[in-house]
Design a protein around this ligand. Structure first.
Ligand SMILES: Cc1ncc(COP(=O)(O)O)c(C=O)c1O
Length: 465
């Protein structure tokens, strides 16, 4: 966030928005690669997904609503499974998890990564085979570990020394062996186009390779009969668009893998390279396809293993955003508009919708960029620089910071924001006691509710006086 005396984000005025934002010739047109595969507009400008009109979705289910293109999400999951054939692909449930999505991704050949007891409960209710579940978390509770061991999850990703003791005690008590990976920090943090290979140990996840903690954790795990060590786990960042950052991480993780083999006599059969593969939120983003990522990662790992004289372990990855994110848009109804004079004589149009930071916190939290389109009609009005804001009591309650929308967008219009399938519903809150939005799946001309809208009664039920 930039600081400004008028408040965060007030200082980014300008007559044409940020440099990357092109003034569209036709603001009704969709920027195709920002939308899921089955989204189109008809001649009247009404957005459709899988043959279903969004005005019908709004009439039936209300707004705001997350609209998931089921075939698109399944296709993205399948594309990862196909591209990474021979690897295990775990869908990272933190991106967005409900029983329907858990079933879709496992039907498409993926396994599932969960990071709390709540996510584990969803996976189990969906009927996911526990052997196909990996449990993450930097501070797993005793009940969470106990449940994971009782149901027999395929692996627990160990994140701390304390957790080794906790898992060991519980596994001994239950008379089971805990199959684990040790999460290491490779000293690499990757975001989008750049990666930085120093000083990224200063965060809460994992055990440091450079400080020796990771080796010591592995030593303790191997010395304890309560454990079976599957291998090392490394996750280096988010919104990564290429494989450059993995090069350094893989080098360091494989060096540890080799040291474990030489000094402790254990050849880890597996290795997990984590998630973080990017998606397109705006025209600035150009993510790699799963096939390109797979080729890049395979090349890196094979080269590193060859150089170290090691057999290639069974590899896994954990994409979340790249599967769930592009499949979904959020449908809002416009409630109010206003124009604000900016420095230099320009104006910015504020368009307030019936949701906001409670259904999409990413703009406020990460300064994220989104785009949007008028979804309920065509307009011949001139495009004007607009800011889509929510209904919450925060000036920072912004959904789309900058977009050119037709200048006649008015109350009652529907707006759709693409790319909201990951880290939106899963990070949703009930701020201002606004009930959380519904999730509707569309496939082959049919829409169905997969997560119902919260009601005021749901909220009041928790308030026990
Ligand atoms: C360990 C781990 N795996 C996978 C993911 C999924 O990342 P993404 O949704 O960006 O692919 C995350 C995200 O925080 C993570 O921490």
């Amino acid at each position: 966030m930039r600081a400004h005396e008028a408040g965060a984000l007030h200082g980014q005025a300008g007559t044409r928005g940020p440099a990357w934002l092109a003034r569209p010739e036709d603001p009704n047109a969709l920027v195709e690669h920002l939308w899921s595969q089955n989204v189109t507009k008809d001649d009247a400008g009404v957005l459709q997904v899988g043959g279903v009109r969004v005005d019908e979705v709004a009439a039936t289910y209300g707004t705001p609503t997350y609209v998931v293109d089921e075939s698109d999400l399944r296709a993205r999951a399948r594309a990862f499974a196909d591209a990474f054939d021979g690897w295990d692909v775990y869908y990272a449930g933190k991106a967005f998890l409900c029983t329907a999505v858990a079933r879709w991704v496992t039907e498409e050949g993926l396994k599932l990564d969960v990071c709390t007891g709540g996510e584990l409960a969803v996976a189990l209710r969906a009927g996911v085979d526990p052997a196909d579940i990996g449990l993450h978390g930097n501070n797993k509770s005793v009940p969470e570990i106990r449940q994971a061991l009782e149901v027999g999850v395929g692996k627990i990703i160990v994140d701390s020394f304390e957790e080794i003791d906790r898992i060991s005690a519980l596994a001994s008590e239950l008379g089971v062996t805990a199959r684990v990976m040790v999460r290491v920090t490779a000293g690499v943090e990757a975001h989008t186009h750049e990666y930085i290979a120093t000083a990224h140990e200063d965060q809460k996840f994992g055990l440091s390779i450079t400080e020796g903690d990771a080796f010591e954790a592995v030593r303790r795990v191997l010395a304890d009969p309560a454990f079976e060590l599957a291998g090392l786990h490394s996750h280096i960042g988010s919104q990564i668009f290429d494989t450059a950052g993995f090069e350094v991480a893989a080098h360091r993780v494989l060096a540890l893998h080799e040291r474990i083999a030489v000094e402790l006599g254990h050849v880890c059969p597996e290795m997990d390279l984590g998630g973080g593969y990017g998606m397109a939120y705006t025209t600035q983003d150009d993510p790699a396809t799963p096939a390109r990522l797979a080729e890049g990662l395979r090349t890196i790992v094979e080269r590193e293993c060859r150089a170290a004289g090691l057999a290639v372990p069974r590899l896994s990855i954990e994409p979340g955003r790249a599967i769930a994110g592009p499949s979904t848009f959020t449908l809002y109804e416009v409630g109010t508009t206003k124009e604000v004079a900016l420095d230099g004589g320009a104006t910015r149009r504020y368009v307030a919708v019936d949701g906001g930071m409670s259904d999409n916190i990413r703009t406020a939290l990460y300064d994220a960029d989104y785009s949007c389109t008028l979804a309920s009609r065509r307009s011949d009005a001139e495009p004007v620089l607009s800011r889509v804001v929510g209904k919450h009591c925060e000036a920072g309650d912004i959904v789309v910071k900058d977009e050119f929308l037709p200048g006649d967008v008015a109350p009652g219009d529907l707006l759709a924001v693409p790319g909201t399938g990951a880290y939106c519903r899963s990070l949703a809150s009930t701020y201002n006691h606004v009930p959380r939005a519904a999730v509707v799946a569309v496939r082959d001309g049919e829409a169905r509710l997969i997560v119902r809208r919260e009601t005021t009664d749901d909220l009041l039920r928790l308030d026990v006086g």
